[in-house]
Design a protein around this ligand. Structure first.
Ligand SMILES: *[C@@H]1O[C@H](CO)[C@@H](O)[C@H](O)[C@H]1NC(C)=O
Ligand SMILES: *[C@@H]1O[C@H](CO)[C@@H](O)[C@H](O)[C@H]1NC(C)=O
Ligand SMILES: *[C@@H]1O[C@H](CO)[C@@H](O)[C@H](O)[C@H]1NC(C)=O
Ligand SMILES: *[C@@H]1O[C@H](CO)[C@@H](O)[C@H](O)[C@H]1NC(C)=O
Length: 420
């Protein structure tokens, strides 16, 4: 039911028919490259030590420009910021001194923006050539992309006291009361399901007065009291801030739910066959469960350059292909991986598209998401949508209205329905 496909890194896919001789040649070549690398490292190390012996206030010198040739400053803002983060966290450079303040950045990286990452970063207005022509919401993203700390307005610190087997984390928006209620009454009902503990939380940001949304906070507070399943942070809940929602959730998870075995993070307009998901999880081996990350995987994608598209990202901000990533409609991963993802997320510059960002974090961990045919984030063929039996074998379908969610749930839980 769940093919044991090896996890691959980024785009390097395993060819099926690689012959043994070619394989061995590759191995020999790799060995040679490794030895060459070691040789260069030793050389560089010797040069460093030689030059810096006398100075007490030692600073790590960046070797000749040629060695770092590939590390030239990128002209795209996101890539350049990522180069900076990679540099700061590079263990090869930091081993020389445990005191980060002693590491001197090369000139092209000496450009870290305001000290407080939550101050607007006006470097973007000059460093991104076409900044002034970008859509307003993209400009907003760029100005604030370094800030990852926002206060929590509503928390449920005890929601995971029962050490849930499965935590359902649902991305929602304040006005979506009906979607949340439909989920509570169906696939997201917290409690014991198929003899496993399930907990559910809804992830919410805030509204921002210049956006002219009516104030629903009082109703939200009431809902939180009634159901105890809302998490809300004080940031403007917009499309480009979904990445923020991801990292704030991962941070919360590490603090308040680190013992949940598995996490399913999805949108509030999906249908999830929770019993089937639990069944899949119970069938996993220990090692498989540890690194689990499955969903509707998109490979070989890259940024859209058409300004009219929702997923538009200009070249002045990002160049390169996307790593394999699981569509944000819903993906399933282990709690243990969630903890590692949070660690890694701090070394990846926030990207305006949340699921691509998560793919980038996975790649940094040396993992890739695994495709599972039961996750249908692009829906199923129209002719099957009214077939109750289809939903018994699927894990997740996007998108469904609250009424559809209730109807499909009644189908999959109907003991009379015979799907043989
Ligand atoms: C980095 O920039 C700061 C402020 O502009 C300056 O004081 C410092 O000397 C610079 N360091 C290097 C290595 O260029
Ligand atoms: C329910 O789960 C517990 C452990 O989680 C197990 O000990 C028990 O045997 C299970 N019961 C059934 C009926 O599967
Ligand atoms: C994200 O939220 C922050 C905090 O409310 C806000 O300053 C920023 O403009 C938002 N970004 C977008 C793209 O809406
Ligand atoms: C996260 O990073 C911290 C510090 O670098 C480390 O102590 C911890 O073990 C890491 N946690 C995981 C789950 O990787």
């Amino acid at each position: 039911m769940f093919p044991d496909v090896p996890l691959y890194h980024g785009f390097v896919k395993q060819g099926g028919g690689v012959m043994a001789s070619a394989h061995q040649k590759m191995k020999a070549l790799c060995m040679m490259m490794m030895m060459l690398n070691v040789f260069i490292c030793v050389l560089v190390g010797v040069t460093w030590n030689h030059g810096d012996d006398k100075s007490v206030n030692q600073r790590v010198r960046i070797p000749s420009a040629k060695f770092w040739h590939k590390q030239e400053r990128s002209k795209s803002f996101w890539n350049k910021e990522q180069q900076l983060l990679d540099f700061i966290h590079n263990p090869v450079i930091n081993f020389a001194t445990s005191d980060e303040s002693l590491v001197e950045l090369p000139d092209w990286l000496n450009d870290t923006g305001p000290l407080d990452p939550c101050e607007p970063d006006y470097r973007v207005t000059t460093q991104i050539a076409d900044y002034n022509t970008l859509p307003q919401r993209f400009q907003d993203f760029l100005l604030h992309m370094r800030c990852r700390t926002y206060p929590m307005l509503i928390n449920q610190p005890r929601v995971c006291d029962g050490k849930p087997f499965l935590l359902l984390a649902v991305k929602s928006l304040i006005p979506h009361f009906d979607r949340r209620q439909a989920i509570r009454e169906t696939w997201g009902r917290a409690g014991v399901l198929a003899n496993r503990t399930v907990a559910t939380v809804f992830l919410l940001g805030n509204t921002w007065s210049p956006d002219h949304f009516p104030d629903l906070q009082g109703m939200l507070d009431h809902e939180a009291e009634l159901h105890g399943d809302l998490l809300q942070w004080d940031y403007r809940d917009s499309f480009y801030n979904l990445t923020l929602k991801e990292v704030l959730f991962l941070e919360w998870f590490g603090q308040s739910c680190p013992h949940a075995r598995f996490v399913l993070k999805g949108d509030d307009d999906v249908f999830i066959n929770t019993p089937r998901v639990i069944n899949l999880l119970e069938g996993l081996t220990e090692s498989k469960a540890k690194d689990l990350f499955v969903g509707d995987v998109i490979s070989d994608a890259g940024p859209h350059r058409n300004r009219k598209l929702k997923y538009f990202v200009p070249e002045s901000v990002f160049v390169g292909q996307y790593p394999a990533y699981a569509g944000g409609g819903g993906y399933l991963y282990s709690g243990e991986l969630a903890l590692r993802l949070y660690n890694t997320s701090r070394r990846v510059v926030l990207y305006p598209i949340d699921d691509v960002f998560t793919g980038m974090c996975l790649m940094k961990l040396g993992l890739a998401p695994e495709k599972h045919s039961g996750f249908k984030t692009f829906d199923i063929e129209e002719k099957h949508r009214e077939n109750p039996c289809i939903y018994r074998i699927l894990m997740l379908v996007h998108s469904r209205t609250p009424q559809e969610v209730l109807r499909i749930w009644s189908w999959i839980t109907d003991p009379e329905l015979d799907c043989q």
